[in-house]
Design a protein around this ligand. Structure first.
Ligand code: UDX
Length: 454
């Protein structure tokens, strides 16, 4: 099928590459000419495992192209995906200006029937706004609104596993309108996703608003599990229980399951913080305060400070003269994404208390350097206190303790003897519970995890 993807960001690129991989002819368009130039010269502006190779393969096969030409992009696809950004407004609601502009452009240029797919994460009711914008543009040109139908098809892509998630999805959610054009759109979507349903049907067809709400409900549920476990971990620390034993004890209940029950330094990234806040905003707009979401957010904000609290308790409030190594900067492993990363709060708070930091991350250091300049804007002294080195053992050299913030695989089994030899004192603050407290004790390492009975 001929498909257009509007927006060559994270979601757009993964969607475009994966649909091309299944044999579709995909046209990716973006207003950012620099980004398109990078893509056309064989580069990929984001880091995502497997994506670069997939883009290369499909470009070479002539199934994937990148352009800034909006009119050509509208002419190309019988299916037009909108995958542009929906950044949070100051009040936490999703800013839809890019989505609506994309819709207007489609209405302005289309001459044949099109299926318009909302792929961006958008609040309930957005499909109606997209429909209205296109219809208005069509009307100006004397064309029938029946030429287009808007579908909601939210993404459930985890950063670091996005290609895998797209190619082997748990489920595909498709919300369509009940008009004749909507029914035709449903058939086209069925055809497009048929290769992903080969072994068993994973698609859930529903109305547009339910599909829009499903996306937020999924992310809010996951964020709720994390905040709940973080609260319990903090309690476990107080009562002398081990949160890891508790996680296994409750996860074995099939109604609960094991996944997404890991306590840590709080969730970050581009999705959970933004989506929880946008859902809360939607509810308030409809006269309902979803108190559980307020609690999820508040707990998460507080959790970003938990390691700082533990460090203060161990070393005192004044950390001047102290030097700490930090392993992991990205908000989670396998990505260079620093958006809402707990490491940013931890670094700022420790520097505020006078500490010096030596940080290492396998992938995110260039991005982290940029973020540090933003976070320490106007505080050049503070910025100087954050050093980045490209070797984890070089980072710990002469430090008062090691702080682990992201659970990269490479941190799971370090050479503990070398680690001990390099650290001034063998102390680890582990924000991701990578090690067993018992094993650390045997190694003579003072160890503080999150909710790990210490
Ligand atoms: C998430 C959703 O999983 C995905 O379906 C959606 O489309 C986009 O948002 P992502 O933000 O890439 O994906 O990351 P995810 O792997 O879900 O982790 C989110 C955050 O939760 C990370 O900061 C992670 O460290 C944290 N987390 C996750 C925990 O603290 N504990 C857990 O048990 C799981």
């Amino acid at each position: 099928m001929k498909v257009t993807i509007i927006g060559s960001g994270y979601v757009g690129l993964v969607t475009g590459a994966c649909l091309a991989e299944q044999g579709n002819n995909v046209f990716c368009v973006d207003v950012d000419s620099k980004k398109i130039a990078i893509l056309n010269s064989g580069g990929v502006p984001i880091y995502e495992p497997g994506l670069k190779e997939m883009i290369e393969r499909n470009r070479a096969a002539g199934r994937l192209q990148f352009s800034t030409d909006i009119a050509a992009s509208v002419a190309h696809g019988e299916i037009q995906f909108i995958a542009v950004g929906t950044p949070p407004d100051e009040d936490g609601s999703a800013d839809l200006q890019y989505v609506v502009t994309a819709a207007r452009n489609i209405g302005l240029h289309m001459t044949s029937p099109k299926v318009i797919v909302d792929k961006s994460t958008v609040p309930v009711g957005t499909a109606d706004k997209v429909s209205a914008a296109i219809t208005e543009e069509l009307g100006k040109r004397g064309l029938s609104p029946e030429l287009c139908s808007v579908v909601s098809n939210p993404e459930f892509l985890k950063e670091g596993a996005a290609v895998e998630d797209f190619m082997r999805p748990d489920r595909i959610v498709i919300g369509t309108q009940s008009t004749p054009a909507g029914l035709r759109a449903k058939e086209q979507m069925r055809k497009l996703y048929a290769p992903f349903n080969r072994h068993h049907e994973r698609t859930y067809y529903m109305d547009v608003r339910s599909a829009e709400l499903t996306k937020y409900a999924a992310n809010a549920m996951l964020a709720t599990r994390i905040s709940f476990m973080n609260e319990l971990a903090n309690l476990a620390d107080l009562v002398g229980a081990d949160i890891e034993a508790v996680r296994q004890g409750i996860g074995s209940d099939s109604r609960i399951g094991y996944g997404f029950l890991y306590s840590g330094t709080g969730y970050g990234g581009s999705c959970f913080p933004k989506d929880v806040s946008a859902l809360s905003k939607t509810a308030i707009e409809h006269g309902r305060d979803l108190k559980i979401l307020d609690a999820v957010e508040a707990v998460n904000e507080a959790q970003k400070y938990i390691l700082v609290e533990k460090i203060e308790k161990r070393f005192g409030k004044d950390l001047s003269g102290k030097k700490f190594a930090l392993w992991g900067l990205a908000f989670k492993p396998n990505t260079d994404d620093m958006r809402e990363a707990p490491s940013r709060v931890i670094i700022q708070e420790l520097v505020k208390r006078g500490a010096q930091l030596v940080a290492y991350d396998p992938v995110a250091m260039p991005e982290a350097k940029h973020c540090m300049e933003v976070d320490f804007k106007g505080d050049s002294e503070g910025l100087k206190k954050v050093l980045m080195v490209d070797d984890p053992m070089a980072a710990v050299d002469g430090c008062d303790a090691l702080i682990i913030v992201t659970e990269w695989k490479a941190f799971r089994s370090p050479d503990f003897d070398l680690l001990k030899a390099k650290l001034k004192s063998p102390i680890i603050f582990d924000g991701r519970n990578l090690y067993e407290p018992q094993a650390m004790q045997e190694l003579g390492i003072e160890y503080q995890g999150i909710g790990r009975h210490n």
